[in-house]
Write a protein that binds this ligand. Structure first.
Ligand code: ATP
Ligand code: MG
Length: 587
């Protein structure tokens, strides 16, 4: 972990969970000689999403808190789908989350020679054979959970013959699909993964790193465990869907270790529940569909649940860490409500974001008894809980911008903001009293008039003795700058997009979204992006892209990474100050 991330990690003590317990026990027993080595193994075939953040935080975080290390390993065993562009974006995302793999950046393709050598060894041992069945034939013979599989006619092919065929496969003599190499384990195993899994296939394809050197490629289950063992990984943590693959993981590396080809102690796989979040979809296929159909503004659209999107949204790496700490690590799949992620972001942003003023839906307020052409400074704290961050000057003058909904001509009972005859405090400034309104020919209010009380300026002796209930923000019209403000909200309008019951079943249970009885795209939130022009404190235009602020009374905003400049300021709303979604419905 980089120092920057370490120093700002939340100070709450780590909550116990089963992965921490396993590692603590292994350290106690000395199983791996005190070493803790984990790995994050992305396939370089797309942009990382919020779910990957959980895997990254667990792998890098567990290593860091135990004085170990975490490898970044690109699982690039499928030559057809992978690209260098994705590798760069994955590195950026891991670094953005605050982690550093040092010199431990690897590729599964680094081990192609080992995979191949070990495959020949399996053949020589009578533990693997070349099968000439087609993919359909193999699938049909695989059996089901209740029926055993049927042995391939090639299962008893001699080692010498298999070896010769395997070498000819490697030499490029056969077309794709003509043969596969299978382990010889147990066609009657109750675990389908052990029914002679294929470990090598023919693919006449260029690989983004090894070029045309290979036309046979190993399959995931074979390559992954060997990569872990070669890198001397101690704890190989992955999501629950790999639980049934663990016996195969162990079978392969145990055999190789027995044969003296791998060193013990061997890595062990542990499975945890993946991150499932309401109001988004995290499947690569769906994310690709939304981008390619133009339903979002690309992979880094702030509404996209990608890490590039999160970054542009103004979310923080620490917010993700807070979410994972608070929600823990379990062995059962479950859904987290989006409000948990938003709250984690709010809590982190509340700590780190300086306060500023912006008026997003402006209405003119004219202080009739304030001299035209005059201005004076009021002083606003940059962070109410951090006086060390100081104060800044907010110029006040005769004409101000206030929020349109901070004025009502005929207010309901309990409305404490500005209305005819009523008083409010202009934050950090004076108490003003509303004395009238200007309307256009159609009767719309175009300006509000007030008078101010010169003895009530915040911070001056006696100013706070007069209490008023309302306290509104404002900007001097002569000093404020305009900015494009992008108000983002949840990408989907319902918790379980595409589900038969998208609001969830009784008791808040997640419906089986796998059923996908409806089109998830029908559940997009049509109000997830609104672009407005607002007024900002002039100095905000100078903010560096990616600087985050709290706009008082509005929410947390970030200077847009791509589009913000001094000349054309652009701010994105990361999250509102309060949750406006209650029981699945936008309030
Ligand atoms: P997707 O299925 O969404 O396309 P993936 O599993 O194909 O994701 P990989 O690049 O293979 O993407 O994932 C890298 C690592 O991230 C794997 O160890 C995987 O288990 C983990 N991971 C993927 N999705 C999640 C998730 N939702 N929660 C936690 N970990 C995840
Ligand atoms: Mg995967």
């Amino acid at each position: 972990m980089t120092d920057k991330a370490a120093s700002s990690v939340p100070s709450t003590p780590p909550a116990p969970h089963f992965l921490r317990a396993v590692i603590a026990e292994d350290l106690r027993s000395g199983k791996h000689g005190g070493r803790v080595v984990t790995r994050f193994p992305p396939e370089p075939n797309g942009y990382l999403h919020y779910g990957h953040a959980k895997s990254i935080i667990l792998n890098f975080g567990l290593a860091a808190e135990n004085g170990g290390r975490c490898h970044l390993r690109f699982d690039d065993t499928n030559p057809l789908k992978e690209d260098v562009e994705f590798e760069d974006s994955i590195c950026d995302a891991v670094r953005w989350l605050g982690y550093d793999w040092g010199e431990h950046r690897y590729h599964a393709s680094d081990y192609y020679d080992d995979f191949y050598r070990f495959a020949e060894w399996f053949i020589e041992q009578g533990l693997a054979y070349i099968d000439s069945q087609s993919a359909e034939e193999m699938r049909a013979a695989r059996g089901t959970l209740t029926e055993p599989g049927r042995a391939s006619p090639d299962r008893d092919r001699s080692a010498a013959e298999s070896l010769a065929l395997f070498r000819r496969m490697k030499a490029g003599e056969f077309a794709d699909g003509r043969y596969v190499l299978r382990l010889k384990i147990d066609m009657a195993s109750p675990n389908l993964n052990l029914r002679d899994p294929a470990i090598y296939r023919i693919r006449h394809a260029s690989h983004h790193r090894t070029g045309d050197k290979w036309c046979v490629y190993p399959l995931y289950d074979y390559a992954h465990c060997i990569s872990d063992a070669l890198e001397r990984i101690t704890h190989s943590i992955c999501t629950l869907e790999f639980q049934d693959h663990r016996p195969l993981y162990d079978w392969v590396i145990e055999k190789l270790a027995d044969g003296g080809l791998l060193e013990r102690p061997l890595p062990r796989q542990y499975e945890f529940a993946r991150l499932n979040l309401t109001y988004v979809v995290l499947s690569k296929r769906k994310l690709i569909e939304m981008v390619s159909k133009g339903l979002v503004d690309g992979w880094d659209d702030p509404r996209m649940p990608t890490l590039v999107g999160a970054r542009r949204r103004g979310f923080t790496a620490n917010g993700f860490r807070l979410l994972i700490e608070r929600t823990g690590v379990s062995k059962n799949d479950h859904w987290l409500d989006m409000s948990l992620l938003e709250n984690a972001m709010r809590d982190d942003l509340n700590e780190i974001a300086e306060r500023r003023v912006a008026v997003l839906d402006p209405l003119k307020l004219i202080i009739d008894n304030y001299p035209a052409g005059k201005s004076e400074d009021c002083f606003a704290p940059n962070h109410p809980q951090k006086p060390e961050l100081g104060k800044r000057a907010l110029p006040l003058s005769r004409e101000l911008w206030i929020e349109r909904d901070d004025f009502m001509e005929t207010p309901p009972k309990g409305y404490f903001r500005l209305s005819p005859g009523k008083e409010v405090r202009l934050r950090y400034g004076y108490i003003v009293q509303c004395v009238g309104v200007d309307k256009d020919a159609a009767g719309n209010i175009i300006a509000v008039h007030a008078t101010y009380d010169p003895d009530t300026k915040s911070g001056t002796p006696g100013a706070e003795t007069r209490k008023v209930k309302g306290n509104i923000h404002w900007l001097s019209a002569a000093h404020a700058k305009t900015a494009e403000v992008r108000l983002y909200d949840r990408l989907f309008a319902v918790p379980f997009p595409g589900a038969r019951n998208p609001l969830g079943d009784a008791g808040g249970e997640a419906p089986d979204t796998e059923l996908e009885e409806r089109d998830y795209l029908d559940d997009l939130n049509s109000n997830s992006k609104k672009i407005i022009t607002g007024y900002i404190e002039a100095a905000l235009a100078e903010a560096a892209p990616e600087t985050r602020f709290q706009f008082e009374r509005q929410g947390y905003f970030v200077a847009d990474l791509a589009d913000h400049s001094k000349e054309t300021p652009v701010f994105n709303r990361a999250v509102t100050l309060k949750d406006s979604w209650v029981s699945g419905i936008k309030m």
